[in-house]
Design a binder for this molecule. Structure first.
Ligand code: PLP
Length: 382
């Protein structure tokens, strides 16, 4: 099997595996003040330092969550409360290409009275083709009176990187706080929350080498958001619940490994570019998303006359795992909302597959991915 679906779930890295194994010997509740509790607490705080080092913040600005979805919910719900209660504003500005963990949370707030303004991914390249990027000026047009601005770092279907820094600057000038869902980007490209100028940022371990079920939210010091769950007051009152030491320690290990592994970014990008070049040379092939502003390992592509689901299934039968758009939506036969909102017709949006690779993808894997996709397209076209 060749795995080309890293954007859905990345393989667990060696150091995270090792820390899971050694973590099984650990016991004690990190809130206890006896020796067992203190030693577990030390492991957790070491992992917090590793997360902070990866994204360029201080350890006391990192809050552990159960993953990206929870971190996104916490940021949107908490950020909205902060905007209303501290800034006296109930306007949220966000993009239409956010992951469902953000978009559905925002829509829920909207149905309860929040004033939400949406920005499409309207940028076009010189040939008039959609790039999958939002335009900072479209945010500027909608930002007056905003309290919370949400924009993802990179889209989970296209891999397209968004103009976060520019939008964060506009938001701050307008007096709003900024949340960035960086679940697809952390561990794959260098991220520094201070340089980006964001107030909150989410990440998820299973996208870059940790197991599923663990993530984190960065919240800038002096931004005080309320918890979603009530309980023992762990994580400085923001996220109650006994901390999962083993998962947290694996997340810390994955962060440290990813920090060193950033050197792989260029080789992953080179393999992705090889795959893209070969597949785009097929008649009627279209890249969905920017080639310039792209995560190194992600390629979203459609072929005229070929359904994405059929293509992904056929590749799967031939031993190459790819997906149609986001894994959350694959299998439901519905054209990608993200691609539709970029202005593509239903054929192109419904024909898309996402190929996503990582640092352990080899050259021979890349050749096999190309061969399999090319043969499958030919077979479907007859
Ligand atoms: N945000 C983005 C951009 C994602 O791609 C995903 C998962 O695919 C999530 C949030 C949700 O993360 P998790 O699977 O850790 O809940």
């Amino acid at each position: 099997m060749i795995y080309a679906d890293w954007a859905a779930d990345a393989p667990i890295c060696d150091s995270a595996k090792a820390s899971l194994v050694s973590g099984m010997e650990l016991f004690g509740n990190s809130s206890s003040v006896h020796a067992a509790g203190l030693s577990v607490r030390a492991v957790i705080e070491e992992a917090r330092e590793a997360v902070a080092a990866l994204i360029g913040c201080d350890a006391d600005e990192v809050y552990f969550t159960s993953g990206g979805t929870e971190a996104d919910n916490l940021a949107v719900l908490g950020g909205y409360e902060y905007a209303k209660c501290v800034l006296g504003r109930d306007v949220i500005v966000t993009s239409t290409i956010e992951h469902a963990a953000v978009l559905k949370t925002v829509r829920n707030l909207e149905s309860n009275g929040a004033d939400v303004r949406y920005v499409d991914a309207a940028e076009r390249d010189a040939s008039g083709e959609a790039t999958g990027r939002v335009l900072a000026r479209d945010f500027a047009d909608k930002i007056e009176g905003a309290g919370l601005v949400c924009l993802m770092y990179a889209n989970n279907e296209t891999g397209t990187i968004q103009p976060i820094r520019e939008v964060a600057e506009l938001a701050h000038e307008a007096g709003a706080i900024v949340f960035c869902d960086a679940v697809q980007a952390v561990g794959h490209v260098k991220i520094n929350v201070r340089e980006l100028g964001v107030d909150m940022l989410s990440l998820s371990g299973h996208k870059f080498g940790a197991p599923g079920g663990i993530g984190a939210l960065y919240v800038r010091r002096r931004i005080t958001i309320p918890p979603m769950m009530h309980g023992g007051g762990q994580e400085r009152g923001l996220r109650s619940g006994t901390l999962p030491t083993m998962l947290i320690s694996a997340l810390g290990a994955a962060c440290t490994e990813a920090n060193c592994d950033m050197a792989h970014e260029e080789s992953v990008r080179a393999l992705r570019d090889y795959i893209a070049g070969e597949l785009l040379s097929i008649d009627g092939a279209h890249r969905n998303g920017s080639a310039e502003y792209a995560l190194p390992g992600v390629l979203n592509i459609s072929f005229d006359g070929v359904g994405g689901e059929e293509l992904a299934n056929l590749c799967g039968l031939r031993g190459v795992c790819v997906s149609t758009g986001s894994a959350c939506h694959s299998g439901n036969g519905i054209a990608s909302e993200v691609l539709l909102s970029m202005g593509f017709d239903t054929d192109r949006a419904g024909g898309a597959i996402r190929i996503s690779i990582g640092h352990s993808t080899t050259e021979s894997d890349a050749h096999e991915i190309v061969r399999t996709v090319r043969d499958s397209v030919a077979l479907i076209r007859g």
